[in-house]
Ligand binder design. Sequence first.
Ligand code: URA
Length: 231
Amino acid sequence: MRLDKILHSQGIGPRKTCQMLIQRGAVRVNGLLCKNIKESFNPIDLNFSVYGDEYTYQEHVYIALYKPTGYECSHQTSHHASVFELLPNEFNERGVQTVGRLDQDTTGLLLLSDDGQFIQALTHPKKHVGKVYVMTTIEPITAIQIQQLEEGVALRNETGIFKAHDVEQLDEYTLRMTIHQGVYHQVKRMITVVGNHVTQLHRSSVGGLDLPVSLEVGEWVYLTAEDRAKI
Ligand code: URA
């Protein structure tokens, strides 16, 4: 693959910018200066640097972000900052998208990738990927509410019923549950339907992959192949 194309595919910038960087001598490939935009390399595991910043070629990127409150999962936000501001610009340049969405006031595990098939596999309604949420409620949680959640509730303007799985009451006001769909505000709406109200919501796991314990709020890590196999 041509060097300018490799740089562009890695989110270094538009093709013209990549060509300019190469011609200016800003780019080294496997440690060697390369000023020829047309020179071809096998991109697999290729190491290159731009003004000394090191990169290894990756066909796609897979990221786990510990989403803080106050961030929206969209590029064009209206009232809050964007989760994309928490990531290096290369990810935005190469078209990284969120895998589903979390509300601006929800914290926890948010996956992102530029691999359309990966995103589709995790968000397709027929795949029933389990997402684990821990929530705090305004009123004490009752046994009847838990039973209703387990049996399934109807949500306005949505078809079908929405069930909570593996429901576990952690204390009077805290509940952990798994959902397999992902409609707008699903958890908050389910809790409202049973007569309570969510004051805090946190996602701890997606498809069997837990929020990495090493992550602080606002930090991200690459998912390993092992992580991806878990999902
Ligand atoms: N359900 C919600 O209500 N909000 C989220 O952010 C995620 C699931």
